[in-house]
Design a protein around this ligand. Sequence first.
Ligand code: UDP
Length: 327
Amino acid sequence: MRVLVTGGAGYIGSTVARRLVDVGHEVIVLDNLSQGHRAAVPEPATFVEADLRARDRVARLLADHRPAAIMHFASHTLVGESMEAPLRYLDDNVRCGLNLMRAAVETGVERFILSSTANLFGLPERIPIDEDVTVDPGSPYGESKFILERMLHWLDERHGLRFAALRYFNAAGAAGPDQGEDHDPETHLIPLVLEVALGQRDQIVIFGDDYDTPDGTCVRDYVHVLDLAQAHILALDALGEGSRVYNLGNGDGYSVREVIETARRVTGHPIPAEVGDPRPGDPATLIAASDKIHRELGWTPQHGALEDIIGSAWEWHRRHPHGYAAA
Ligand code: UDP
């Protein structure tokens, strides 16, 4: 299948793009390189540098390349940043998705996979969070993804565009020693903790220790990026049978302190930590119930242990202390 991957130079997008290539799909990566890295795009994929905000360009690209499926990763993705700049998130994320969906409908694309998020659940009424938990986004970032999910719902209803919304909990780990997470600026817990272990930072700041959790720090469900990639492969095939929405996580929650403690064991570094202010928009606990995708598609995470997730990320960071820049 010819698959267009937006954001395919980014952390999750490039991992999925590589997996698509490995299982025999023809991949076209579209990325504006604002966050992504050219070096992260897998070798046989066609690379197009383009910005999804340019509606006419997007329409032309789809008309030229005629993909059978789209995987849409390109997005602003930070909860905290979206609380500071809500309009940027609501404008860019919604507009880019809309431009892409419009072009998809106009050119007869039949399958669309959306990167969605656990931030759809700001104050979840139960934990673990299954797909029937009420959506109540925790930030403008989460809201922008929910708007895209709803747009896809209607495009399926009225135009037969089949979609899968995959709500990632905390994507983490590295796909291999030479393919990993490289954000500038970095804001995610695991890479920041590993930067301390590498001596690039003095300490990690824990964003609040007064949450309603066992040790007072936020609890998250960290899921390996390779397991997320596999879910995309399964969802792409399953779209032949109709649209679907899945929550993707391991079903285990780890607190910020537990993550730091595990990283200390994995790296052998003391990793000094200090408690700071909570970050606006952060829910106390997010843990996925992924029974639905397990039941329907047989998805079972293969890299669920936190030690393995942090271990793979550590391998990447040690070998590439400056990310793709020095690759
Ligand atoms: N966190 C932290 N210090 C940091 C970065 C993150 O305490 O320097 C916490 C954050 O509050 C959240 C968890 O670590 O509870 C995971 O945050 P991350 O930004 O990695 O992912 P998110 O949950 O926002 O998707």
